[in-house]
Write a protein that binds this ligand. Structure first.
Ligand SMILES: Cc1cc2nc3c(=O)[nH]c(=O)nc-3n(C[C@H](O)[C@H](O)[C@H](O)COP(=O)(O)OP(=O)(O)OC[C@H]3O[C@@H](n4cnc5c(N)ncnc54)[C@H](O)[C@@H]3O)c2cc1C
Length: 405
């Protein structure tokens, strides 16, 4: 991958820059300003729609599902330019664009893609992830939500029963992607299937979890005799684990960069350290150099992953590196920023975008080290599947699920 723009790429960048400068400020989010959910969602839909209309919404997707059929370099260029704005690319957008649709692209049918990709791209369909359960988080293959074959009198399908938890933004989602057990007589990874589920179906109850901040970003989702037509199953019956891995891989790559948190990247941080008069300290230099190197590594690693994806290549456990490095670095860097602020880091006045963003990064980074796979799980995956180190003992791996206590 060549990172210097050739003339066509330079043109693409100039156009993208001009378009962003004209459109992004209208939807930009202000750190520290708490918008009502409806307003946040309206802005996210509007931004996604504007990008889709201009051909920037899905640069790498094929044209027949609304994409630009562009190059990985164009995607990287657009991301770089978009990252200068704090635009609402929020979780519900990412869950559709970076998790639901990649699972359909990888395992679904052409008809399913035609049905779900265009409205997702235009911001008309928001998604939630229905994976985690009270007894299945890190050990995701332990899900107990059951899907049993059923005909509703008109269509073949499935009846779903069970409970999901930590379903981010499920209370605003149009569709969910769900992992359920279809054959408990098989070992735990093998008896799972993957479904798309209309969140307005009878039998779905979404109960928001109230956080200490007073907000509710997460939910418990209860499913009681929810009918899902068979045409909304992705992949073959029993292939749910492979679909879930595609989702998690895409999630880990996507969450290795979060534009709205950048604060000018490590160069910005070096500027703030200079303002605080600590650049002569070798301890500060060492840390800043380490973060700068990691930031550059992440940038090129991300480009490599995007290139692989665009060539239809499968990305394996190496995707875990992206989120692991990013989340840890975000936590260290935001703690450093808090230290630089000193006592001023205790409070932020309304309108102080910078301090609010530092606080937000600091608090969010701890959640990020859990969401989408904890640090420990990601390290296990890298150790076993990238470095080929000996695996953890997994005594339940080959035992039929219904024989596990
Ligand atoms: C901000 C946020 C958003 C989320 N959004 C969603 C969502 O939208 N949809 C969804 O389905 N889920 C969501 N989750 C849930 C998330 O996927 C789980 O929290 C995560 O997978 C960990 O599972 P758990 O919470 O059950 O912890 P556990 O699995 O119980 O883990 C507890 C601790 O034990 C450690 N541990 C567990 N197993 C091992 C092992 N084998 N080796 C070493 N250490 C181990 C873990 O690292 C962790 O520190 C979200 C979580 C967060 C924090």
């Amino acid at each position: 991958m060549d990172f210097l723009d050739d003339p066509a790429e330079a043109d693409f960048r100039t156009n993208a820059k001009a378009w962003l400068a004209a459109r992004a400020p209208a939807v930009e989010l202000v750190p520290g300003q708490s918008l009502p959910d409806d307003e946040l969602i309206a802005r996210a839909r509007a931004w996604q729609q504007a990008k889709a209309a201009e051909g920037y919404g899905a640069i790498l997707w094929p044209a027949d599902i609304g994409g630009r059929a562009g190059t990985p370099i164009e995607q990287v260029i657009f991301d770089e330019e978009e990252n200068h704005y704090r635009v609402p690319t929020g979780p519900f957008v990412r869950m559709g664009m970076h998790m639901a649709i990649p699972s359909i692209l990888g395992h679904g049918t052409h008809e399913q893609l035609q049905r779900f990709a265009p409205p997702t791209l235009r911001g008309e369909m928001f998604w939630c992830q229905l994976f985690s359960e009270p007894g299945a988080g890190s050990d995701l293959a332990a899900v107990r939500t059951r899907a049993v074959r059923h005909n509703d009198g008109q269509r073949d399908g499935w009846l779903i029963n069970g409970q999901k938890v930590w379903s981010s933004w499920a209370h605003h989602a149009d569709y969910g992607f769900l992992l359920a057990r279809t054959d408990p007589t098989l070992p735990k990874h093998k008896g799972l299937s993957f479904f798309l589920i209309d969140m307005r179906s009878p039998g779905i109850e979404v109960r928001p979890i109230r956080q200490i901040s007073g907000q509710s970003d997460f939910n418990e989702t209860f499913l009681t005799d929810v009918f899902v037509p068979d045409e909304d199953r992705i992949g073959a019956e029993g292939d749910g684990w492979a679909c879930a891995m595609t989702v998690l891989t895409s999630e880990r790559i996507a969450s290795g960069t979060e534009p709205e948190r950048s604060l000018g990247g490590i160069r910005g941080l070096i500027g703030r350290a200079a303002d605080a008069g600590i650049l002569d300290s070798s301890a500060a230099q060492e840390r800043l150099a380490r973060w700068y190197t990691r930031e550059q590594g992440l940038k090129y690693f991300h480009s490599r992953m995007v290139t692989k994806l665009s060539k239809g290549q499968v990305i394996g456990a190496e995707a875990s590196l992206s989120k692991l490095v990013y989340a840890t670095m975000l936590q260290e860097v935001s703690a450093f920023d808090m230290d630089l602020l000193g006592y001023a880091g205790c409070v932020a006045e309304e309108g102080d975008r910078f301090r609010h963003q530092v606080f937000d990064n600091y608090y969010w980074s701890s959640a990020m080290r859990i969401a989408g796979g904890t640090d420990e799980i990601l390290r296990n995956q890298i150790a076993e599947r990238v470095l080929s180190l000996p695996g953890e003992p997994r005594l339940d791996k080959d035992v039929p699920f219904d024989q596990l206590s």
